[in-house]
Design a protein around this ligand. Structure first.
Ligand SMILES: Cc1ncc(COP(=O)(O)O)c(C=O)c1O
Length: 393
């Protein structure tokens, strides 16, 4: 029996879920899911697909119409110079895209640099591909961006590539065009690949703009955008993501893996994705502006209810509050030994029914932090804030 997978960590989110399911009337601020419904155009397209029996095997890399729509979107919105529509590969969500890119790019012993903190499944996917993961801190003082000089200092002879995630889960940090240009220079100079996780590309606040590193000069040759419909269309359960790959050999490898891992992504979901892309896009802005209102409501509520315990600036993107636990907070007797962020998370869940994730689960830089998802509906956020107020009065 091979043992590689024994050394790949499972996220603490699995343990958090167990704690949450044991509760009566929990506030689910732990999971990165939105309370919105998918657009009507997506529902209608999925219904029509069922009614017209679009329920058979498909082209492995995706329906031609869907690939054409995604290629057009990547060109127009992300600035990625996609040539042929066949450069697009439809995946079972972004998580599958990251897994495929990692498996296709990495050889045993290669180093891949990842931000710290970072969404744990990305790191686990790289480890499952036998990469050695090298962490590079994100800095709260820089709006949770990388220090590019520090990133450069992590590049060594074994470095194969970088995994980037902007806007970032869990911090909400957004890399600027200037950051990305310098990172692109680094990638060209050291012949590095980039996996660019753009899952939260449409979730930006206060005028912040998403720049895809893949759009920068010459980068599409060495960078793979990982995108998903999950966050943009609140379609986390539909499971449609996509990659675009210029390099033919890499594309062939990924196509092979796509076949081995899914044969093809669900036909109903792919038709739903066509519906979402062909329908009105007004809903994307409506979701975004409601998320901004929820972000502001949550941060104002936290300041008022427990400003002496939690601190942090509202993020520029994504939909998480990554809050620092004040050093004066004393964990209750019997709290999780060794980790203040686990102690706080267990306290919030056990005493207040408030879902959250310990910051350390995203990497050592998160040890003094907890993450709350503010994409839940306003009544759930207000209920959680009420409990927080009572807990820390
Ligand atoms: C940073 C990041 N990347 C990728 C994903 C994958 O999302 P999905 O597989 O639903 O497309 C998530 C989901 O939470 C995420 O936070």
């Amino acid at each position: 029996m091979g043992s590689l997978l024994d050394s790949v960590p499972t996220s603490g989110i699995v343990r958090i879920r167990e704690l949450m399911y044991a509760l009566d009337r929990p506030f689910r601020l732990d999971q990165g899911d939105l309370s919105f419904d998918v657009p009507a155009s997506m529902k209608a397209a999925m219904r029509a697909a069922i009614d017209t029996n679009q329920t058979h095997y498909l082209q492995t890399a995706g329906l031609p119409r869907l690939k054409a729509l995604l290629a057009a979107k990547l060109r127009a919105r992300n600035g990625v110079p996609v040539g042929d529509d066949d450069e697009v590969l439809v995946t079972n969500g972004g998580v599958h895209g990251i897994y495929l890119a990692a498996q296709a790019l990495v050889e045993p012993g290669d180093e891949v640099i990842v931000p710290d903190p970072e969404w744990p499944p990305a790191m686990s996917a790289l480890m499952a591909a036998r990469a050695s993961v090298v962490r590079c801190p994100l800095h709260a003082s820089l709006g949770w961006r990388l220090d590019v000089d520090e990133l450069a200092s992590k590049v060594g002879p074994q470095t194969k590539g970088l995994y980037l995630n902007s806007p970032n889960n869990p911090t909400g940090g957004v890399l600027t065009r200037g950051d990305l240009e310098r990172i692109a220079d680094l990638a060209r100079a050291h012949d590095l690949w980039v996996i660019s996780d753009e899952s939260y590309e449409d979730v930006l606040y206060d005028g912040a703009r998403h720049v895809s590193i893949v759009s920068l000069s010459g980068m599409y040759e060495r960078a793979v955008p990982v995108c998903t419909l999950s966050k943009t269309y609140a379609a986390t359960g539909v499971r449609v993501g996509y990659l675009a790959v210029r390099d033919e050999r890499l594309r062939d490898r990924i196509q092979k893996l796509l076949f081995l891992t899914t044969s093809n992504v669900s036909s109903i979901s792919q038709h739903g994705a066509i519906g979402a892309l062909e329908g009105s896009q007004d809903i994307v802005e409506a979701y975004r502006s409601e998320l901004q209102a929820r972000r502001d409501l949550f941060y104002a509520g936290i300041r008022e209810a427990a400003g002496h315990v939690f601190s942090g600036e509202p993020p520029a993107g994504a939909f998480y509050a990554f809050l620092r636990v004040d050093p004066s907070w004393v964990p209750p007797p019997g709290a999780a030994a060794g980790s203040r962020s686990w102690a706080m998370a267990e306290h919030l869940i056990g005493r207040g029914r408030i879902g959250c994730v310990p910051g350390v689960d995203f990497g050592p830089t998160g040890e003094e932090y907890v993450r709350f998802c503010f994409a839940r509906d306003r009544s759930e956020l207000l209920g959680a804030l009420g409990e927080i107020r009572a807990l820390f009065a």
